[in-house]
Each structure stands twice: as C-alpha cells, then as structure tokens.
Design a binder for this molecule. Structure first.
Ligand code: FES
Length: 119
C-alpha cells in the first residue's frame, strides 16, 4: 500500500531485468534513476558526486557494458549498484545519493520529497 508521502514511478516490469531507467519527475528539478536486478531495485539521484551532473550520456544509459556497475559517462567513474559508492575513477570515496524506493504490488514507489544534491 502506498503511503501519503510516496508516489508511483513506474511498474517494475517497465524496467528490463538487469537494466536501468532514468526518470525526470514532472515539475521537479531533481532526476532519479533505477537499476533493476530481478525483483530488487536500487534508486539514486541522477547526479554524479564528481561534478553533480547527470551520469547518462543517452536515455537510460547508466550501466557498464557487463551491467555490473553504474558508470558516469562524463569522466568514467564507476559505482557499486548496491551501495552507490564510487569504486573506480575520479571520485573514489564519494557516493551517489540513494533514493529510498521500494516495490509494492509490482509498482515502484519513491518518496514525494527526494534527497537534494549539495549543489
Ligand atoms: S561528472 Fe561523473 S565522473 Fe565526472
């Protein structure tokens, strides 16, 4: 059941298994992307801690070729899908900003109020 401080993003099945999808919430400046692996999801603010700019170079392009890591295509930083931590590249020690998303009855829900980036 959805609480009053959550809103639906999309259905889980709208994201192919092992892939990612980016979203631009309507009337908001912040962007979010979701990585799906089976029934599990991880969601982050689409802003790289290196320069606080979007990670994707094209729609929904957030993952490495093998699908095991998140990649920022601006300068090639790699991030853990599970933790959001930078594990290779220019911002080791920094992390993506997690979004507490969850799946309810096949629907991905995110908070109405998303975390803000420092810039
Ligand atoms: S902005 Fe992401 S690696 Fe530089």
């Amino acid at each position: 059941m959805r609480s009053s401080d959550e809103r639906p993003l999309c259905r889980l099945e709208d994201i192919p298994d092992g892939r990612a999808r980016g979203f631009l919430p309507v009337n908001r400046d912040d962007r979010v992307f979701v990585v799906r692996r089976g029934d599990r999801i991880r969601a982050y603010v689409n802003s790289c801690p290196h320069n606080w700019r979007p990670l994707d170079y094209a729609q929904d392009q957030f993952l490495s070729a093998d699908g095991r890591e998140i990649v920022c295509y601006a300068h090639g930083a790699h991030f853990s899908i599970d933790s959001g931590a930078c594990i290779a590249g220019v911002c080791i020690g920094a992390s993506l900003i997690p979004v507490p998303a969850r799946v309810d009855n096949g629907m991905i829900l995110i908070p109405l109020e998303l975390p803000h980036t420092p810039e």
